[in-house]
Design a protein. Sequence first.
Length: 623
Amino acid sequence: MNKKTNVFGVLCFSMSMVGFAQQQIDSTTVEQLDEVVVTDSRFDLKREHSGKTVIKISKNEIENNQGRSISELINTKSGIEINGSRSAEGQNLGYYVRGGNNRQVLVLIDGIQVNDPSLVSNEFDLRLLDLNTIESIEIIKGAASTLYGNAAATAVISITTKKSSKEKVAANFLTVVGTNQSQDDLNYYGSSFTNSVSVNGSVDKFNYLASFGNRYVDGLSAANLENAEKDAFSRYNTNLKLGYQFSDAFEMTAFASYDKLKTDIDGFPPPTYAPGDTFDAYYSNQTRFAIAPKFTYNNGSFQVNAAYSKIDRETISSFSTTNEAESYVVDAFNKYVFNEDFYTIVGVNHADYKSLFATNESYSNTDPYLNMVYVSDFGLNLNAGMRLNNHSEYGSHLVYSLNPSYSVPVDAGYLKLLGSYATSFIAPNLSQLFGYFGANPNLEPEDNRTIEGGLEFSNKKGFRVNGLYFNRNEENTIIYTTGYENATTDATVHGVEVEAEIKIIDDLFFNANYTFTELKEGTRLRLPKHKVNAGLGYSFSNKLFASVNYQFVGERLDTDFSTYQNTKLKSYSLIDLYFSQKLIKNKLKLFAGITNLLNEDYTEIIGFTTKGRNVSLGLNINL
């Protein structure tokens, strides 16, 4: 398939529009003290009462990043490195949070755990998601197994999908055309196409949302070789969300989705033990159904989140594999608020995972859990909990967390001291136990312990800064040598995370974060020791917005499979620009983006292509 459209001239015209600001300045005032966070406690708590430095990606921030992928957006946050997000579109993603890996990150969609039991790390593949279907994202880092169970050791990424309009019928249409080119091939042909449409609304007690999206990207070879064939990526997303308010006390929400991706890949490793230009391919189809009934009563609520997922994957290569996987997840919990100071949640989480390898394999876990939140009127806040993991293969294992914080009023804001001690339990995954490559049915579970301590200051003038130190210890880390095995020594990772948000003047905002991550003993691949993100955004009016974003990624190690030696990769810096203009009573938005403005030449993964300077143009219509 060869879709080529020269978009450079159109981009220049769109950028010229940025010079015209004819509307009165009328931006939204940022009230940091009123920000509410949910993921760290499952209760709606003001940020000043939370014992974590929760990352919140708002609806507005997502709208100011249209045209990007969810992994690219999350990759700008502190403590997180999504490796592969800067490479060819179909590149596998590595979730490196606080020195961890994919199997230590848990993803939630509308409060329901999602993963793929057939994958080596049992993670959820973020490539399947369309950012245009997402309302907001919350990220908590550190061990959160007491609330969320197995795998929530380094981070929980909680994704909330878009809500229905209050109107009877509303619609949204988005289309983006962009380039997809390397540093050495700046032809500015249209090689990236994204389209999304949704219809939603509310009628009496009933609400609905139906959406469809597709993304097609061509123009780059996965392998970094001269004259290599292009490896195309395509994805389709279909979503349906229905809700009904039976009474003031009882409501029901149902979800259904079908996500399909297909990407061309290049062989690894061919006889030369380096990425080769082959005609291999990878397919992944995911079907999900979920229901979430909720009953509300005086001072509390009882809710059940239940979901069924089916995933079919196929890799066509010299090592072709076919995977079929199913998961059933039920999380039933009761939330009770004794008074304005004391909140409790008691629940049971059951999950059953199945996957086909040489034979059908499965395991299950049933975990009762308890979490309590105390918010005093003198500044002390306490979040504590415990969970008993009952695993069908590994028996019972207790995890717990203690997360105190203390805040004092300062300068129309607050200064908060926070700390945390938490443990987590990670059972080996089905693929590691019974999979096609290097399986070891004798693996032991992994235990993690995380300690955090830090400070946060925030005020109503639009200024917030926080910093913390973390120390994470892993026992029985599962590693791969000639096969999967437990490491004989502990691994300890420590680091520092610093974040700042500043309203410099009305409508001019600056944000930045810095992460230092260090493994005290041993090595971790593709994990930068130093990473910096910074952004400057200005609303010229309530219709015209522009931003510039900077990212620095420090030196890190990767394996060169031509020598089987670890090689140090050079640091690099990227600069991105974004512009948007709203028209016709804000129902029409035109936007343009430029990534890697200076066309930095760098390596993300040895032997694979990285993106050079790329441009995109988009149109978003709300009806």
